[in-house]
Write a protein that binds this ligand. Structure first.
Ligand SMILES: NC(=O)c1ccc[n+]([C@@H]2O[C@H](COP(=O)([O-])OP(=O)(O)OC[C@H]3O[C@@H](n4cnc5c(N)ncnc54)[C@H](OP(=O)(O)O)[C@@H]3O)[C@@H](O)[C@H]2O)c1
Length: 265
């Protein structure tokens, strides 16, 4: 594979910035996508000594942003590494979750990667050894209380990854999924941070996630999950789900303490 020509969504986020910095020395070009112009410009400035950097500032829920991205890909002579990293989360009792938030979660985390992939496939198909890497989560494998909609989006993303990987086998494009466990970024609000502490959940730094991602990148494995215990639990969940059912049932009371307090009125 010649040097990577990268499209990275969610480049302004905790994991996105770490990925961009780790990838830059191995990249010919990078297109960084996010919604914060200043953060994008700052990051682009930091990386411009390593590779050609372009930014697309816009909301992934807007068709205009997709068109701007496609135009930028054409300007930079194509893409051979598409990383769907942008994501949103919301932790709460499912019955209290705002339907608009549920829709946004599914749109950003699931529908957008599908539609962007479809739009960029012609460009990816022109490259030899092109890759699409979806950023999953431990919650793409384990359904967890308070994250029903988020888990639905990430399980869906994993299903998409597997199906498209099989559909494109022999077409020269590899479709893979890389799943961090809990990581210190703004996606987790104070309630989630406190819950992770209460449950003694292991939490990684974005730099550690980027390091593991760089190890995954040159391999050909379909998927990678971070964390030995999380890996083991994911396999157990698939083979013998009653065991995680029991373990999580023991945590539910603690988890519920961190749900949003319902308006008493
Ligand atoms: N942190 C964790 O515990 C954890 C664990 C497992 C998996 N993940 C996954 O890792 C990925 C990165 O998350 P993170 O932890 O780095 O979170 P983060 O710091 O909150 O970053 C999220 C990124 O997604 C972008 N984004 C969200 N909605 C968008 C929209 N509508 N249009 C354009 N960009 C949008 C954000 O852009 P703005 O800056 O403009 O908002 C930001 O760049 C996500 O897919 C997440 O599900 C995270």
């Amino acid at each position: 594979m010649s040097k990577y020509r990268v499209v990275l969504t969610g480049a302004t986020g905790g994991i996105g910035q770490a990925l961009a910095k780790a990838l830059a020395p191995h990249a010919q070009s990078m297109i960084l996508l996010g919604r914060q112009a200043q953060a994008l410009e700052k990051l682009a400035g930091e990386l411009s000594g390593s590779c050609q950097v372009a930014i697309v500032c816009g909301d992934l829920l807007s068709q205009e942003t997709h068109q701007q991205l496609q135009a930028k890909v054409t300007d930079l002579g194509g893409v051979n590494l598409l990383i769907h990293n942008a994501g949103v989360s919301d932790f709460d009792a499912f019955e209290n979750q705002d339907p608009a938030i549920i829709k946004q979660l599914l749109d950003v985390n699931l529908l957008t990667p599908l539609l962007l992939t479809q739009a960029l496939l012609p460009s990816l198909k022109r490259e030899s050894g092109a890759q699409i890497i979806n950023i999953g989560s431990t919650f793409a494998y384990i359904g967890f209380p308070g994250f029903a909609a988020y888990c639905a989006s990430k399980f869906g993303l994993r299903g998409f990854t597997q199906a498209l990987r099989r559909e494109l086998s022999g077409a020269g494009i590899v479709v893979r999924i890389f799943s961090p466990r809990a990581t210190q970024t703004d996606i987790n609000d104070q309630r989630v941070v406190a819950m992770n502490q209460a449950l003694k959940t292991a939490v990684d730094t974005p730099a550690a996630v980027a390091q593991a991602f760089m190890q995954f990148l040159p391999k050909t494995t379909f998927e990678a999950r971070m964390g030995f215990a999380e890996n083991f639990f994911a396999i157990l969940n698939q083979l013998l789900p009653a065991i995680p059912d029991g373990a999580i049932a023991g945590q539910v009371k603690t988890i519920r303490q961190f749900f949003r307090k319902k308006d008493a009125s």
